[in-house]
Design a protein around this ligand. Structure first.
Ligand code: ATP
Ligand code: MG
Length: 245
């Protein structure tokens, strides 16, 4: 939760405190770097865009980012707003709670896309335990996990206007690291976890609070036709196409 809070503060700064609002556009676990004290720093500002000016709620731009993290309205219409970052934050929060990747083709059908899989459990107080990473073995605050799951649900609202501001996210996350009402393993086992079939758990969690790529898997990135030559560097270092507009 400390990492989530630190990253949320970074986005809140970009959206609400920077002289000119910035939309980060590529919020995901691998772009959150940590120092030795687990302080989060956002990296890779290559896709960041100036926010809309005046009364405008969004800017229209080519669709870029990473599958599994990009907000649905942005993917469908190219309308980009700070609420697109809030959606991506919701995905990362969900990855932290579940220990699952945003996209995981090794999981059974119906579980490839984390948000789709989690959505039915997110809104329900009694079912949210099913989401929590069993590898935590009950070593989490019940209230904190519940609050974080509710927050993730709000961030992942289909309607961008229903998503919170990042400053509200920060406010909600701030008290969570100090909570001590641990679920405990016996209580946790009573709740029962769905069986994790068809996929071995991610093997290593990097210090960055993200998950190792388990060998070959690379998150798919939304491709852009006609990426300009100055972005060929991206093409060379990864199979995905990237650019900025
Ligand atoms: N300065 C850094 N220190 C430590 N690890 C880093 C640093 N920069 C990147 N990484 C790690 O290296 C890996 C590759 O990062 P890279 O930014 O190239 O790809 P990515 O974050 O997966 O995708 P994208 O190109 O969309 O940002 C990631 O796991 C990332 O967390
Ligand atoms: Mg990166």
């Amino acid at each position: 939760m400390k990492i989530a809070l630190g990253a949320a503060k970074g986005l809140a700064f970009l959206h609400e405190e920077a002289k000119r609002p910035v939309i980060y556009r590529d919020f995901k676990t691998s772009n959150i770097l940590l120092d030795a004290e687990y302080n989060a720093k956002l990296s890779d500002f290559g896709l960041a865009k100036d926010g809309p000016e005046g009364d405008k709620t969004h800017i229209s731009t080519r669709v870029m980012g990473t599958y599994g993290y990009a907000a649905p309205e942005y993917v469908m219409t190219g309308h980009l707003s700070s609420k697109s970052d809030v959606y991506s934050f919701g995905v990362v929060l969900l990855e932290m709670l579940t220990g699952r990747r945003s996209m995981d083709k090794k999981r059974p059908n119906g579980e490839h896309n984390l948000v789709e899989w989690a959505r039915p459990h997110l809104g329900e107080r009694r079912r949210f335990y099913r989401l929590i990473d069993p590898r935590l073995e009950g070593n989490f605050s019940v209230k904190g996990a519940q609050k974080a799951a509710q927050l993730a649900a709000r961030c992942l609202s289909r309607d961008p206007k229903a998503r919170p501001l990042m400053s509200e996210v920060v406010e909600c996350l701030e008290p969570l690291p100090a909570l001590k009402d641990m679920a405990g393993s016996s209580y946790y086992l009573q709740i029962g976890q769905p069986e994790r079939v068809g996929s071995s758990p991610d093997q290593t969690r990097t210090v960055a609070g993200s998950f190792s790529r388990n060998g070959q898997q690379h998150p798919r990135t939304l491709s852009i036709p006609n990426a300009s030559p100055r972005h060929h560097q991206f093409v060379q270092i990864s199979p995905k196409l990237k650019g900025k507009q």
